[in-house]
Design a protein around this ligand. Structure first.
Ligand SMILES: CCCCCCCC/C=C\CCCCCCCC(=O)N[C@@H](CCSC)C(=O)O
Length: 342
């Protein structure tokens, strides 16, 4: 089954080089909200179908295409409905391919050649609302601590105390072991001997946001709200925090750590949504899905070695776990380090 999604996150009008829905082509790039996530995969799938139809191609086995329309808001009415329908028909899938990792070109420090990473698992996620309620008042007679001050301190504690570096206890270690030969000396030796060098490698990886994301559960403060008037101390302050959970941890473990870090009963913690990291899909030589994907990647990006990786973002494919144990996340485009912020 091949998945992609049509929806995009909202586009604020300001801050764009070109209008966000123009799809303008400039210097070899298509600009527009959702170009990478996930229009490129949608168009890739549709163009491939069109080409196969034109050529009268007859596939050896049947396959499904699933195009979701609400991936960015958890896929409740898209992917989840597709899964329900397939389950009601008793369908089992050989493998699922969805968006995800890509051909990384200069993204992994120390690796010269572009490398294709197939996401064989996906991080979990937990989103929390932190709320502080304190008596409101006039700014001329402020109390020692306000709802805003208490919440800011809690949020700051979360940022200053990241969750532990878990490198070596998760599947990201397999990625570095398989790519060891791509690094120059002495990194190649270190990557091939993680049993000895993982303490050093783990410290290096946490220095940049993209590699930090694969060694730990990350903490991102995404919404912060309080106050409506400059001379009024508000009753309520609220922040939303999103954690992406490393495959070696669970929602429950993360929640316990967060409670201990905040350690302030005035901060009410409520869970907006959560799910554990996804199971690791097989990537051995006998696995049909992984091997098919690897062969196909080689035929298009011939210079790129292929390795399994951890998808740091979430995809619709997580809803398919009861239909197959083989779920792969790969978007067929090259990504450079400057593209990571796009
Ligand atoms: C050693 C360095 C490795 C660095 C790896 C970084 C590679 C980054 C490449 C791709 C990014 C992955 C993106 C996956 C697709 C994410 C899609 C998405 O945004 N999904 C939403 C879903 C929301 S569901 C509530 C999300 O927020 O994750």
């Amino acid at each position: 089954m091949i998945l992609a999604h049509l929806d995009v996150v909202p586009a604020p009008p300001e801050g764009w080089d070109v209008p966000p829905f123009s799809g303008e082509e400039r210097d070899g790039y298509i600009y527009g909200r959702g170009t990478l996530d996930d229009k490129s995969c949608v168009i890739g799938v549709l163009q491939a179908l069109e080409l196969m139809l034109k050529r009268g191609y007859k596939p050896k086995r049947s396959f499904y295409i699933g195009l979701g329309h609400d991936e960015e808001v958890s896929g409740h009415n898209g992917a989840m409905k597709i899964v329900e329908r397939l389950q009601s028909r008793g369908v089992k899938l050989l493998f699922v391919l969805d968006e995800g990792l890509a051909v990384l070109d200069g993204v992994i420090q120390g690796v010269k050649r572009p490398v294709a990473l197939i996401g064989t698992t996906e991080k979990g996620s937990i989103t929390l609302n932190l709320t502080v309620n304190q008596p409101p008042g006039h700014s001329s007679m402020p109390p020692e601590e306000t709802s805003i001050g208490i919440l800011s301190a809690a949020v700051s504690r979360l940022e200053r105390n990241p969750l532990p570096n878990m490198f070596g206890v998760g599947p990201e270690a397999s990625m570095f072991e398989q790519l060891a030969g791509e690094f120059a000396f002495p990194l190649n030796v270190m990557m091939a001997n993680l049993w000895l060098f993982s303490p050093i490698i783990s410290r290096v990886l946490e220095r940049t946001p993209s590699s930090n994301a694969i060694v730990r559960t990350t903490t991102a403060i995404t919404i912060f709200n309080a106050g409506v008037k400059s001379n009024v101390i508000p009753r309520m302050a609220r922040a939303t925090v999103n954690f992406r959970i490393h495959p070696g941890q669970t929602v429950t473990e993360v929640l316990d750590i967060v409670r201990n870090t905040i350690s302030d009963e005035r901060v009410e913690i409520s869970v907006l949504n959560s799910f554990d990291p996804l199971p690791i899909s097989p990537f051995d030589e006998s696995n049909f899905g992984y091997q098919t994907l690897q062969r196909t990647i080689h035929s298009v990006f011939s210079a790129a070695p292929v390795a399994p990786g951890v998808c740091i973002g979430n995809t619709d494919s997580r809803h398919f776990v009861n239909l197959t144990d083989s779920i792969y996340r790969f978007s067929p485009f090259k990504m450079k380090s400057e593209d990571l912020s796009r």
